[in-house]
Design a protein around this ligand. Structure first.
Ligand SMILES: [Zn+2]
Length: 61
């Protein structure tokens, strides 16, 4: 069975779309949380999210 593949909306990494990947369409929990964090920040401007923004966006690669 061929598995569908998507690109992580956050970093563009290739993600295999399976039930085992609980973070789909993101590649990892990190990308998911960053994306949700930005969405939440835009909607509600949570002070805590703003405080951690610099760290969350730091690229470890
Ligand atoms: Zn990603």
């Amino acid at each position: 069975m061929k598995q569908p593949v998507v690109n992580c909306p956050r970093c563009g990494r290739i993600v295999i779309w399976t039930n085992a990947n609980r973070y789909r369409p993101f590649c990892s929990e990190r990308c998911k949380m960053i994306d949700l964090g930005e969405w939440a920040a835009e909607s509600y401007r949570i002070p805590e999210a703003e405080k951690q923004e610099g760290e969350a966006l730091k690229d470890e690669e």
